[in-house]
Design a protein around this ligand. Sequence first.
Ligand SMILES: Nc1ncnc2c1ncn2[C@@H]1O[C@H](COP(=O)(O)OP(=O)(O)O[C@H]2O[C@H](CO)[C@@H](O)[C@H](O)[C@H]2O)[C@@H](O)[C@H]1O
Length: 449
Amino acid sequence: MGPVRVLLVAPEAFPLVKVGGLADVVGALPKALRPLGVEAAVLLPWHRGLPARGVGEVAYRFAGREVRASLGERVEGGVRFLLLGVEGFDRERVYGYPDDAERYLRFTLGAAEVALGFDLVHAHDWTAALLALAAKVPAVYTIHNLAHQGLVEPALFFHWTGLPWSLFHMEALEFHGRVNLMKAGIVFARAVTTVSPSYAEEIKTPEFGMGLEGVLRRHAGKLFGILNGLDLEAFDPAQDPHLPAPYSREDPSGKARAKEALWGRTGLAAPLLAYVGRLDPQKGLDLVLEALPHFLELGFRLLVLGVGEEGLARPFREAEAAHPGRVRFVEAYDETLARLVYAGADALLVPSRFEPCGLVQMIAQRYGTPPVARAVGGLRDTVEDGKTGVLFRSYHPEGLLYGVLRLFRLGAEGLGLAGMGRDFSWRRSAPRYLEAYRWALGQGAGPQG
Ligand SMILES: Nc1ncnc2c1ncn2[C@@H]1O[C@H](COP(=O)(O)OP(=O)(O)O[C@H]2O[C@H](CO)[C@@H](O)[C@H](O)[C@H]2O)[C@@H](O)[C@H]1O
């Protein structure tokens, strides 16, 4: 058999454009698949400011007319990135505009044309989900986060896409009177994957299914739970240019330098609890806020690094103002500071309400910092409770508080060192994507092997 040629389609991919973990995964997967005989290219919208070489044009239909989009190409770290210049992407941000559904549908319909040159298309999250229906090659669809589904008014959707209204029913696109793009991905893809085995189980229940649990149960026969890996070269304390000194499990002495650098940059000191990530209701930051007075009473310092919802940013701004030198809120996307946190904090807080996989807890373990995480989704699959970190169950500030206390009772430093020995490489997960691809191409065994 020749190589499988796959087009990964996503809104973001590291190192070109990154908002969160989706970009890490889409950027790393092509490299992990190459040794397995998969030639993967990544197609992104041509977001503002991305330099690339023009390689042609793509014609697609939108709202009953033929439109053209320029196609760019750029190779980065050995990965071939294609950029599609459809209307609506010459903007500051990747998401968060009122016309997101419209511009990503344009992108998806253009992507369907680009996919014709490949054996298979691998669509990521709601923004690319319609490829499962619109692409003329088989599609694999990955759910990174069920919270964002892409809901569209049906009249607009059918006008834009030219798809038949006969698809507007409960077993296809309809969801409470609207079109649900995530649902389209689940229903029409040949294989559906999600980013951890635990999340694959959880989303079949009302607690985590976000209204799609029934659909997911009906399509469970093609659902694969594949744990995300980490790009071990991109995240390596032994060769991380963001750190003041390299270190490893064998010689962790450089870690002390990272701690000093982190304290120097933030004005904080040990014992330092930290959070890195998007400010989103998913992440359980309300628990951090509620537990904060107790943390401060116990002598802990808190650092929060993240951007996102104003409703979550404001209370952290206020907490910083009220507790100078003890609470810091850095409202920025800052790669260097993030690396200093993974290396220099005493514990990383990951109290998520739900977590499809989560990369921050894996990065922290690789950098020798133990996570205190809620026992959900991929957190459950990647933190060894009492060995490399602490897991807590109840979604309650006391759950988090006792988790932190338990970590320090067990010895945060020792657990951190143990975490450095864990293997989070893509080596274990990449072959499972190949299985999903083969299954979608009608060549192999299904999710249960
Ligand atoms: N302010 C900031 N400065 C610097 N770096 C920052 C940052 N905010 C976030 N990051 C970085 O963004 C990434 C976050 O990835 P996660 O997977 O932990 O969560 P996210 O919810 O974004 O991803 C979603 O998709 C991924 C991929 O499948 C799933 O693992 C996850 O569960 C799901 O919610 C990490 O690389 C982190 O370092």
